[in-house]
Structure formats: structure tokens, C-alpha cells
Design a protein around this ligand. Sequence first.
Ligand SMILES: Cc1ncc(COP(=O)(O)O)c(C=O)c1O
Length: 454
Amino acid sequence: MSHHQHSAVSTDAEGKKHLTVLQSLDSATVRKLHHEYVMPATFHYYPESLVLQRGEGMFLTDADGVKYLDFFGGILTVSLGHCHPEVVGAVREQLGILGHTSTLYQNEWIVRLARELAALTPGNLQQSFFTNSGSEADEMAILLAKLFTGRSEIIALRHSYSGRGMYAISAMGHGAWRPIAPVMPGISLMPAPYCYRCPFGLSYPSCDIRCADDVKEVIATTTTGQPAAFIAEPILGVGGFITPPKEYFQKVLEPIRKTGALFICDEVQTGFGRTGTYWNGIEHYGVQPDIMTFAKGIASGMPMGATITTKEIASAFRGLTISTYGGNPVSSVAALATIHVMTRENIPERAARLGNRLRQGLLSLQEKYPLIGDVRGMGLMQGIELVEDRKTKEPASKRANLIIEVLRKRQLLIGKGGLYGNTLRIAPPMLVTESQIDEAIAHLDAGLHQVSAS
Ligand SMILES: Cc1ncc(COP(=O)(O)O)c(C=O)c1O
């Protein structure tokens, strides 16, 4: 590629004008340019990175024309699949009407979305603040909790992930995702409800949820006794779909509430129907958050973060604040279209039904392959933790990488996660069909077979 092709428009031999920004490059060229011009900090899946070019529903096509069945949805983000016609239609139309306002001005789409969020979240959560990402949504939640309580300490979970902000990096429950030492003081990381690798060496249910009980000791030994908030994901996503037992949140929140701290529920991965039956993951646990955060699936792929809370807590923010792109009209209509389609297709019920089929498939693979130590998750958010030996539970991290690679060759994309990188994360767009689930299970079966033998 010549360095002179930088203008946005080129003219071909017949004098027709083309947008060069839409020009198609092959995978090798993209990889080369990426290496030269994009920071190496960016983490990619696969030893030879996958260069994507097109998406349609459950499928992605790479820059060399290979088509993949997508069971990771851009990290649980394209809720309705790639380029859903109703989302694309809304975005296209909105871009031609008004694409940007900034939060200095009001617009109708953002208030309609905020009203929808108030209706879709539990209790009296009513007022939202919109940003562009999950990181910013969590930063806003932490800030609000500190302003409302007049306190500064935060309790988070080991194995948790909150994104890229300075708070998030400080509270990161994974060393590998923390490039610098925590810069924000006053964060306590308490043991996670990770039953498969119980931090107390106990087993559920005879453990009596010892990990939740530990919050009392965390408060007494690592805080002033007056924390501002406890923040948790209903299922720890990046942590490898760690799924707390059903009594966990009730038990952990009791001592938290006694101190006067707030509960921030991070629904960035679990929100918008993903866990099945309910719109929000936390509804499976019968507790009421004070603040909730959303991103990823909220707008089916358009950038958006949202922080919702009660009117009382929201009123504690008295300084000035803006988010230039937060709640921009284009992302807002993408979210409105997503909610419209999700409601019509009854996605929470669908995620429960298809998630159950996926779960049954994974459980039958667990019977067949000793490599699968644990199957966990809810709805269309299912993980399998791979171990070399079911007794020692030695993480099968290398084999996890191998399976991901084998599945790529079989044209199935899935995710990976967990502290040891040995948990396969399976979370397809939620309009996935039964036969696509069966197809993915068949590919996993073949992948596990091949990798178990190696
Ligand atoms: C639970 C959770 N919270 C927050 C974030 C940060 O979101 P973003 O990458 O949009 O900043 C993520 C991203 O993976 C997440 O999984």
C-alpha cells in the first residue's frame, strides 16, 4: 500500500469516485499495519490474529472470506447478532437526522432510553447517566457511591473485572490485567464465590457460604468500618463466568447494609437478558442494588455505558459533569431498537430456554471428557473450566488455547477467561437457534476429542 493513498476518496479508471475508508484489505496487510500503527498493548485471541470484515446475524466473515459461527458476540455485546436489520436501520436513519449533541443539550432519544432503563431495572432505580463504555459506567457508579455516602472505601471481589479506568485497574481482581500498581487507595478485594476453587477449601452447600460471611472480617480488618460500597458482577465474566451460589448476595449484603454502604451491581456482561428469565442477572438472587451499571449488550454493539440509580443517590452529585459522546443519539436509538426487538422476541425467556439446551450439551460433554472440571453459568452465559486432572484441578491453560484454535479452524468462535485462562466462555448472540447450539456442541465435542488426545 502506498503512503499516498490517504485521501478519503479515490477515482478509478472510469472516473468513478470511491471511499477509500471502505476499501477492503486482506488479513496479512491488516496484521502488518496493526503491528506498525496500533499499540502492542491490545490483547488479541489466537496466535495469528483474526481479522474480521463482515457480520450477519450469527456469522462473521474474515478478511480472507472465511465464515465463522460466532458464539462470543464480540464479548457478549451484539445481543441480537451482527448487523441486526432493525438496529442498523435505526442507526442509519438517526445518523441522517442528528448524530451528535453532547450532553450540554437534551434530546428525545436519551430520555426515552432512560425511561426504558428505569422500567427494566428492579426497585426504584430511576435516573441514568450515559457514557461510552462499561469502564466509565463503573467509574460513575463508584463516584456516586462516594459522593452519596461521604465515604471512600470500596469492597470488590477477587477475580472481578471493571475495565480500564484508574478505579477499575486499582480494583482489578486479576494481576494479568493490572499493568501498574493500584493508584486508588481504599480498595479491599475479598474472596470470590468461586465454588469450584473455594478460597476456604469448602464445598457448597455445606460451606454455608463461608465466602459471603468473610465480608465481616474484610470490613473489620481492611476498612474503617464505613465503606462506601460493595461492587460485584452477578456472574464474574472475565473471571471465567464464576457463578455465585443462589444465597450469596443475600448473605454478603447483610453486613454491607449494616455499615450503610451501597451495593453497586455491575451488569455489563449479565444485563439485557443474557442470564435468562430476567432482564438483569441480579434478579436471580432476590436482592436490590442501589446502583447498576450496563454496557456491552445494551446497544447490540454500538458504544454505550449506563449507570442507573435512585433519585436520592443521583442528587448527591453536585459538581459539574459532562460526557461528550455519552448518550449520543446514534447509540441511544441502537439501544432503543435493541430493547424493542428483545421485548418482541421475549429474549430473557429465549435465553433461558436456549441456555438450557447449551447447558445440557456441555454437561453431556463433561461426562465424556475428564478435561472438563466444571460447567457453570446461567442462560446464554455458560463456561467450562478445563483441568488436567479432576483431583488436583491443575488448570489446563495450554489445552484451552489449543481448543480455541481448533475451533477457529472448524469455523466456530468462542471466548476464554478466568485467572488461569483455562475457562472457555460460550455466550452467543441471543437470537441463536437450537440447531446452531447443537452445531456448536458438535464442534466442541470434536475439539475436546482432539485436544484430550494430544
Ligand atoms: C463486568 C465488566 N465491567 C466493566 C467492563 C468494562 O467495560 P468496557 O470494556 O466497555 O470499558 C467489562 C468489560 O469486559 C466487564 O466485563
